[in-house]
Design a protein around this ligand. Structure first.
Ligand code: NAD
Ligand code: ZN
Length: 376
């Protein structure tokens, strides 16, 4: 089958690889209809991880069940499904408590499993014609058949639940205000989630005009940090009071396109603008220290963080990968009910064969390249 593989920093290509197959009785094989390029893929693409050469990438997958193993009882060939980016066993201590991002079985000794990702287990990704899905009955979310809402449903595998998770980690309540760092796909999904949850004021910080326009489209107030400090702009807009909640949706970046070499600045800003006792949700990915890794800063694994100010203000912070299964069913039903349209961020739909150019444009954050979908 055809699949996109990692060759080295800024080098991916679509090649022939062995077909995805049933390897365990509880597996299914899914024929991919849509698979997205994610900001998380850029951590690998830009060479910030130790992902192995030849790995098939892609963790934002949906499609139609092609084959099921003898231990699969609920899913059937022909079912249209969304596949959470987390691979989870469903019965370990974390999974039984809904913490499927931190399954203790699928990637022992590490923190959870995922398709096509560095350090997240030996699982191939779905930027391919077919995908092997472990523990398929547990992991797959069934969707209505046909092709309706494809561009909305494809956000259920990761970024819509992840944006939602950011607001839940922050403890957002109806009527509250929130500042979201980053208007990438995840930040925009956090803004959409905040609006659906009844937030009052939503501020979205970025410097890319096209992305800030999309933030405005979901009812948020854009804050352009290239035109002055985000902190000052938010404090002025809130008459010096600050916001109730903050969401970090940028994560570790080699450079943040502002010339500031300290991406942890996003956390400094949130500690500053969130009111005393307010909450901060961090869904942007900050990888653990890797003494042998390619990024010298991450070899220390330390970030600048204004802990004294955070302590003094009595703030709280939630972090981590999204437990996709905790939210994807309800978010699917909001889409079906016409109450959520996460597909509004889709900017490009490419064939799988053109995936490498999709990576290049998205990585350069070229004007208008907000979210790229691949159709094998
Ligand atoms: P992206 O890289 O497309 O978006 C990041 C945005 O942040 C860009 O628009 C960029 O211009 C902006 N930015 C950069 N520096 C900034 C700064 N200092 N202040 C404000 N904005 C700044 O990526 P994405 O797909 O939106 O993903 C965002 C983050 O979320 C990544 O770190 C990704 O790995 C992570 N992520 C986490 C999970 C999870 O489960 N926790 C899931 C998916 C993605
Ligand atoms: Zn993703």
């Amino acid at each position: 089958m055809r699949a996109l593989v990692y060759n080295g920093p800024k080098d991916v290509s679509v090649v022939d690889v062995p077909d995805a197959e049933i390897e365990a009785p509880t597996d299914a094989v899914v024929k991919i209809t849509t698979t997205n390029i994610c900001g998380s893929d850029l951590h690998m693409y830009e060479g910030r991880t130790d992902v192995e050469q030849g790995k098939v990438l892609g963790h934002e997958n949906m499609g139609v069940v092609e084959e099921v193993g003898p231990g699969v009882t609920r899913l059937k060939k022909g079912d249209r499904v969304s596949l959470p980016f987390n691979i989870a066993c469903g019965h370990c201590r974390n999974c039984t408590q809904g913490k499927t991002a931190f399954c203790l079985e699928v990637n022992p000794g590490s923190a959870g499993g995922a398709y096509g990702y560095a350090d997240m287990g030996p699982y191939s990704g779905g930027q391919a014609e077919y995908l092997r899905v472990p523990f398929a009955d547990f992991n797959a979310l069934r969707l209505p058949g046909g092709t309706e809402h494809e561009n909305d449903f494809t956000m259920l595998s990761d970024i819509f639940p992840t944006g939602w998770h950011g607001t839940r980690l922050a403890g957002l309540q109806p009527g509250e205000s929130v500042a979201i760092m980053g208007a990438g796909p995840v930040g925009l999904m956090a803004a959409l989630s905040a609006r659906i949850q009844g937030a009052d004021q939503i501020y979205v910080v970025d410097m890319q005009p096209d992305r800030l326009r999309l933030a405005e489209q979901v009812g948020a107030t854009p804050v352009d940090f290239s035109k002055g400090s985000a902190e000052e702009q938010i404090m002025e807009a809130t008459k010096g009071v600050g916001v109730d909640r903050g969401v970090e949706a940028v994560g570790w970046q080699a450079h943040d396109h502002s010339g500031d070499e300290h991406p942890a600045g996003t956390l400094d800003t949130l500690v500053e603008v969130v009111r005393a006792t307010g909450g901060i949700g961090v869904v942007g990915v900050f990888p653990p220290a890797d003494p042998n890794g390619p990024d010298p800063d991450m070899q220390e694994g330390r970030l600048r963080f204004p802990f004294g100010q955070f302590f003094f203000k009595g703030q709280s912070m939630g972090t981590g990968q999204c437990n996709t299964k905790a939210y994807n069913r309800q978010l699917r039903d909001l889409i079906i009910a016409g109450k959520a349209d996460p597909g509004f961020i889709v900017s490009h739909e490419l064939s799988l064969e053109d995936a490498a150019s999709g990576y290049e444009h998205f990585d350069n954050r070229e004007d208008g390249w907000t979210k790229v979908l691949l159709h094998p």
